[in-house]
Ligand binder design. Structure first.
Ligand code: PRP
Ligand code: MN
Ligand code: MG
Length: 179
């Protein structure tokens, strides 16, 4: 285990089983619909690439880079588009893929954006949900794990751009971000 990690919350095997479950459910729910799956950079990269391989059917993928945190652990409250989609969402069935829903600001912004752009439907698939962090009233349609109010890293999630590559999800030692 990486030295800055206090405790493993979800192992590689636990995550893989959950991602397979979510993929199977999405495949069933979207049969014949060719959904556009939109990964939110950068946190969703690992989840997105694993999830789409669990859907043995037609899907299209695109990415959007939105940021609300910068390098701080506390949200600035502002959402910025850093990279927009290449694909038109008009008339499409959208599945937004996120690593985690915390305050809900990122998803609240994206849902409204895609509705303005005339998507046919907008659903959310989040590997993790942190209900205690919620400020905006958003609910994910597909959720992997409901997580405690701790600073989690790995499997895409960073602290100051580190730890995204860890194959598990762990709780960061407080001394790492309390300096
Ligand atoms: C993190 C995370 C989600 C978002 C959740 O992204 O990956 O996208 O914050 O927080 P919220 O519900 O309070 O909006 P971040 O903005 O840190 O960018 P990153 O994905 O590049 O790490
Ligand atoms: Mn993110
Ligand atoms: Mg981040």
């Amino acid at each position: 285990m990486q030295n800055d990690v206090l405790e493993v919350l979800y192992s590689k095997q636990t995550i893989a089983a959950k991602v397979q479950e979510l993929g199977t459910q999405i495949k069933q729910d979207y049969a014949g619909k060719n959904p556009l799956m939109i990964g939110v950079l950068k946190g969703a990269i690992i989840f997105m690439t694993d999830l789409i391989r669990e859907i043995d059917d037609f899907v299209e993928v695109d990415f959007m880079d939105v940021s609300s945190y910068g390098d701080a652990t506390v949200s600035s409250g502002e959402v910025k588009i850093l990279k927009d989609l290449d694909t038109s969402v008009a008339g499409r069935d959208i599945i937004i893929v996120e690593d985690i829903v915390d305050s809900g600001r990122t998803l609240d912004y994206l849902i409204k954006l895609f509705e303005t752009r005339a998507a046919n439907s907008v659903a959310i698939c989040a590997l993790m949900d942190k209900p205690e962090g919620r400020i905006k009233n958003v609910r994910a349609d597909y959720v992997g794990f409901s997580v405690p109010d701790a600073f989690v890293v790995g499997y895409g999630l960073d602290y100051a751009e580190r730890y995204r590559n860890l194959p598990y999800i762990g709780i960061l030692k407080p001394e790492i971000y309390e300096n």
